[in-house]
Design a protein around this ligand. Structure first.
Ligand code: BGP
Length: 463
């Protein structure tokens, strides 16, 4: 492996920090949404806010040389005017310094979904003012941490949180409105470009990228009809984020189709110019699964998500565009209906690199499982085999020339899974109900694998 290859793991502020109302933190949209709906929340989560030193030490002892985490916007800025909360800055500076003291590279996501409620109140991502609020927030982060951090991510998974919040309706603000989804999605990509512009203008050291919920698209056959369905699915799932961030171009065929049905007058020439001029340095790809599609047959658009882990698949049918399909012979799923499909990662990496020619980090990869964490050690052989096979897929892609520069397991330790709560565990380290940390078997395996410089990976090929 290259000497500077990053082997790490990842978390996100809302999912692990807790301390939701401490040290002058403002409310986030997730605080309010989960409280109002009386749902399991991240008030305490993994209590990382108070235990980050222990967590980072453990991560370093696990042989990892990078930690991907996110900054909480409402912890850093108190209001829409952008008043800085010095306590928030002090917290993250200390967290970052702790990383550096342990030889761990801080890989910082500026926004991982916890929007300040003061922005949600005025329309959230439907209000273009939020884009400029985000720009200001980025400037504050670069100024406060730019001397210590060299790897920046503007936004985590634009596709996933905007479709969940504005189309499917299972994330805040809980709307189901295609027009809103399109507008929010556009504003998020514009905001990301403004963040990149602020980084370049300030002349900060290092690199800046975006993280995408990468869902490579496969088709059931090679017919033209299926290929058209695949293009629709790719535009829906991937291209509007990746093309826009990497090439500075919103897919033109997507705009053509959308403009027939929706008013796109919120798209302004001056924004497009900023998007074009401020593309990213690298792509962060979160990989959980692929999507298999067939041509659209009948029925209304329908999107379902399994947030219970009790049966049911995450299904997308978009009227006139495509239908996602499941249950081909031999397919294996986790309890939340996500197919386990490492082959999709190899193929997806080849496709993404061919299209964008940018360095790639796998910024998340992992498996969510119900686990009894009261035991001395969780024997998570399924996680070891999941990670082995996905890393093998990455190695295959690298052998074929794809420039992958790092891998982050999701997650560093157990944390709150959006809408699934603590029932769906991803950590390399178990976090018990009393918040005690106990490394799982996978933590030790990952350490040995990193120490072996990847040689411990059992290599695989797929037909
Ligand atoms: C990604 C998010 C993460 C994380 C992960 C697992 O989409 O970036 O924040 O939650 O998915 O998803 P979930 O917790 O819904 O199973």
């Amino acid at each position: 492996m290259e000497k500077d290859f990053l082997w790490g793991s990842a978390t996100a502020s809302y999912q692990c920090e807790g301390a939701w109302n401490e040290d002058d933190k403002a409310l986030s949209n997730w605080d309010v949404y989960l409280h109002e709906n009386k749902l399991e929340n991240g008030d305490v989560a993994s209590d990382h806010y108070h235990r980050y030193k222990e967590d980072i030490k453990q991560l370093a002892e696990g042989g990892q040389n990078a930690y991907r985490f996110s900054l909480s916007w409402p912890r850093i800025l108190k209001d829409r005017e952008g008043t800085v909360n010095e306590k928030g800055i002090a917290f993250y500076r200390d967290l970052i310094k702790t990383c550096l003291e342990h030889g761990v590279r801080p890989f910082v996501t500026i926004f991982h979904w916890d929007l300040p409620e003061y922005w949600q109140e005025v329309g959230g991502w439907l209000n273009a003012d939020v884009c400029y609020g985000f720009e200001r927030y980025c400037e504050v982060c670069f100024q406060a941490f730019g001397d210590l951090v060299e790897d920046w991510v503007t936004i985590n998974e634009p596709k996933y949180f905007t479709s969940s919040g504005y189309l499917i309706g299972n994330y805040p603000p809980g709307h189901q409105n295609p027009e809103e989804f399109i507008k929010a999605a556009y504003n998020v990509m514009y905001a990301s470009a403004l963040g990149v512009r602020a980084f370049r203008k300030g002349g900060y050291k290092g690199q800046i990228g975006i993280v995408h919920s990468f869902a490579p698209v496969n088709g059931i056959d090679d017919t033209l009809k299926t290929k058209i369905a695949m293009r629709y699915a790719d535009n829906y799932a991937n291209n509007w984020v990746l093309d826009t961030a990497a090439k500075g171009e919103i897919p033109f065929d997507l705009l053509c189709v959308l403009s027939q049905k929706y008013d796109l007058s919120f798209i302004k020439e001056e924004h497009l110019k900023i998007i074009k001029e401020n593309t990213v340095d690298f792509l962060g790809l979160n990989y959980y699964s692929h999507i298999l599609v067939k041509p659209y047959t009948e029925g209304e658009t329908s999107l379902t998500v399994n947030n219970t882990g009790k049966g049911g698949k995450n299904t997308v049918i978009i009227k006139g565009w495509f239908e996602q399909i499941f249950d081909l012979p031999g397919a294996v799923y986790n309890e939340w209906g996500t197919q386990i499909y490492p082959k999709g990662l190899e193929k997806g990496l080849l496709e993404a690199y061919e299209k964008y020619h940018l360095p790639i980090y796998i910024t998340e990869n992992g498996i969510g499982v119900r686990e009894d964490v009261s035991v001395e050690q969780v024997e998570d052989d399924y996680r070891i085999s999941f990670m082995n096979d996905h890393i093998a897929a990455i190695f295959n892609a690298m052998d074929k020339g794809v420039e992958v520069k790092g891998y982050f397991a999701w997650a560093s330790f157990d944390l709150y899974s959006w809408k699934n709560g603590m029932a769906k565990r991803y950590g390399l380290v178990a976090v018990d109900d009393d918040l005690t940390r106990r490394p799982k078997k996978s933590y030790g395996w990952y350490k040995k694998m990193i120490e072996s410089d990847g040689k411990l990976i059992e290599r695989k090929t797929w037909d």
